[in-house]
Design a protein around this ligand. Structure first.
Ligand SMILES: NC(=O)c1ccc[n+]([C@@H]2O[C@H](COP(=O)([O-])OP(=O)(O)OC[C@H]3O[C@@H](n4cnc5c(N)ncnc54)[C@H](OP(=O)(O)O)[C@@H]3O)[C@@H](O)[C@H]2O)c1
Length: 201
């Protein structure tokens, strides 16, 4: 089953690369439309299909990889009113262009705020702690597997994304619910961002 990615920039491309390397199909979209993504598809391979935002959002697992301030518009462009239990992976951090000011989250974690934008979705925060270059690199190293953290309020969704992360070659560490685990992953503020950990296997 293909995976939808909304956002075809540094993080969206890094994840697409890993998914394609594991033989998964990817429907990737941006704000400018699929015609602007043919060059990327040509570069990354046949498993990458340029898509509209609604097409990416129709998949069972949908990855959000857009800048924080663009999230409301990107989610609105999906046209989805009720995500019906599908999994949305939030890779975002609560700052970004144009001014890189940290958003006022009212004491909540950023992924709790994102969860409100996607009603009915089982939201999992993942892939937000590494740079695009590290995220896109082969996670199997001579010393062991690179670690990806995840958190989310639905245990079943966390298990499913843990398996996906492992299938792609990483070691997965489930930090539990968003309020606690998301805070550890959060950038800025949490202790985990930029940690490039290798789990000896
Ligand atoms: N870069 C990092 O080091 C890093 C690390 C961890 C997490 N993150 C987080 O990952 C997210 C993505 O960052 P990035 O560095 O990949 O950003 P990026 O390179 O600037 O790419 C952003 C992508 O989002 C798309 N986009 C923007 N508005 C959209 C909309 N309304 N509908 C659909 N697509 C839209 C852009 O498409 P267009 O060009 O067509 O507008 C572009 O493809 C951010 O939230 C960031 O905080 C980044």
């Amino acid at each position: 089953m293909p995976i939808g990615i909304i956002g075809a920039g540094a993080i969206g491309q890094a994840l697409a690369l890993r998914l394609l390397a594991a033989g998964r199909q990817v429907l990737i979209s941006n704000s400018r439309g699929p015609d602007t993504l043919h060059e990327l598809a040509h570069a990354l391979g046949a498993g990458l299909k340029p898509a509209s935002v609604p097409e990416s959002a129709a998949e069972d697992i949908v990855i959000l990889a857009v800048p924080w301030r663009r999230l409301p518009a990107a989610v609105a462009a999906t046209g989805v009113a009720d995500w019906g239990g599908r999994i949305v992976i939030d890779t975002t951090n609560p700052l970004g262009p144009p001014d890189f000011k940290v958003a006022d989250l009212g004491g909540r974690t950023s992924s709790e705020v994102v969860a409100d934008l996607v009603p009915g979705a089982r939201l999992v925060k993942a892939f937000n702690t590494l740079t695009p270059a590290v995220l896109g690199a082969d996670p199997r190293t001579p010393a062991g597997r690179r670690v990806i953290f995840l958190s989310g309020d639905d245990a079943g969704a966390n298990t499913r994304i843990t398996r996906l992360i492992q299938h792609l070659g990483w070691a997965a560490i489930d930090l539990g619910p968003l309020a606690a685990g998301g805070r550890l992953q959060q950038f800025p503020g949490g202790p985990l961002p930029t940690l490039n950990l290798i789990l000896q296997t």
